[in-house]
Write a protein that binds this ligand. Structure first.
Ligand code: MRU
Length: 337
């Protein structure tokens, strides 16, 4: 099968410094932020310099290694990094993996590099599994940004789209703009254009009409945390897309590495949902778009019940009709006891 990588690189380690592509100013500025302490790494995650569940985990792993290399307290680094964002379980998964590794600084750096490389490999495998069930001449609608910017490279949902495009299976890609932070408009559209994959940007509210017109065969999205019963927490707006898809007979695929599963949560109701500043809703690029002092809500994620999802693509294979049995089966195949 074909494997193809993105040109975009969000996370780079150079001489004990973490260089992050600043996703707050894309696509109009290409700017990098250099982090030299775990505190700076935690700030970069919280402020969305780097975002996307797998990328947050990788960044936190480098932050932990950075503390060890500087002779700083790794437990304090763990704490400050763990407090940066609450929903993406990859953050806690990566920190646990770092805390369980031999605590010698160079070995910790090697572990962070492994987490990074394994994520790229997982994306490429997941992309081949996901693309294998899409069919041909298809229209795809995606939400948020799940590409090389949100992962170690290639991407989860966007990785599947990239691979399927390269295989010649895709006729149309629509990227939902993803209010309020506009990951779709600012990042996904840019990332696909960098790789010369044609994309049509769509206002979030246009999805239903697109589905009704038959322009979309698959909704493909990523995940920030998947519960043991297959419920998926992902960017706010994913749940409404899944409900719309069900109504219109459009299939729904979620793409995520095994590090995004949280089997300790029996259902999505237990997943903590990050509430971000309401200024992200009331303002755009620092400019007010609502009346002064207008109150607002800004839940950053929602939970899509498993019954609205047709398939979850992972690096270990596909979970069709996810529920507690089919999710457990995949993990049992991975770790037979
Ligand atoms: O708030 P963000 O931009 O970090 O949210 C990102 C998402 O919701 C993605 O869909 C998810 O992390 C999967 S990314 C591979």
């Amino acid at each position: 099968m074909t494997q193809i990588s993105s040109r975009v690189q969000a996370i780079e380690w150079h001489q004990n410094t973490l260089k992050l592509l600043d996703q707050r100013v894309l696509p109009h500025q290409i700017r990098h932020i250099e982090c030299r302490t775990a505190d700076e790494v935690a700030d970069a995650i919280r402020d969305m310099v780097v975002r996307g569940a797998p990328a947050i985990g990788i960044t936190a792993a480098y932050g932990y290694a950075m503390a060890a290399l500087a002779g700083a307290d790794t437990q304090a680094a763990y704490k400050v990094l763990a407090e940066s964002r609450p929903t993406a379980v990859n953050l806690f998964w990566a920190l646990e993996r770092m805390a369980s590794a031999p605590q010698q600084p160079q070995q910790l750096l090697a572990e962070a590099r492994r987490i990074h490389e394994e994520d790229i490999a997982a994306n490429l495998d997941m992309a081949n599994f996901g693309a294998s069930v899409l069919g041909s001449n298809i229209g795809i609608y995606t939400h948020c940004n799940t590409g090389a910017l949100a992962t170690g490279g290639h991407g989860t949902a966007l990785g599947i789209i990239r691979t399927a495009w390269h295989n010649g299976q895709v006729d149309r890609v629509f990227a939902g703009e993803t209010r309020p932070w506009l990951q779709g408009a600012r990042l996904t559209a840019w990332e696909l254009m960098q790789d010369e994959i044609p994309v049509k940007l769509s206002a979030d509210g246009a999805a239903a009409q697109l589905f009704r017109q038959g322009a979309v065969d698959w909704v493909i999205v990523g995940a920030d945390r998947i519960a043991a019963n297959g419920d998926v927490a992902n960017k706010i707006g994913t749940y409404s897309l899944a409900v719309l898809a069900k109504h219109h007979g459009v299939r729904v695929m979620v793409a995520a590495p095994l590090s995004t599963f949280d089997l300790e949560m029996s259902s999505g109701d237990q997943i903590p949902i990050e509430q971000r500043p309401v200024s992200e809703v009331t303002h755009l690029n620092g400019q007010a778009i609502a009346p002064a002092n207008c109150d607002a809500i800004n839940p950053s994620f929602d939970v899509t019940p498993a019954e609205l999802i047709d398939v979850i693509a992972t690096e270990a294979g596909l979970i069709h009709n996810p529920d507690s049995h089919t999710v457990a089966e995949l993990f049992q195949r991975q770790n037979p006891s």
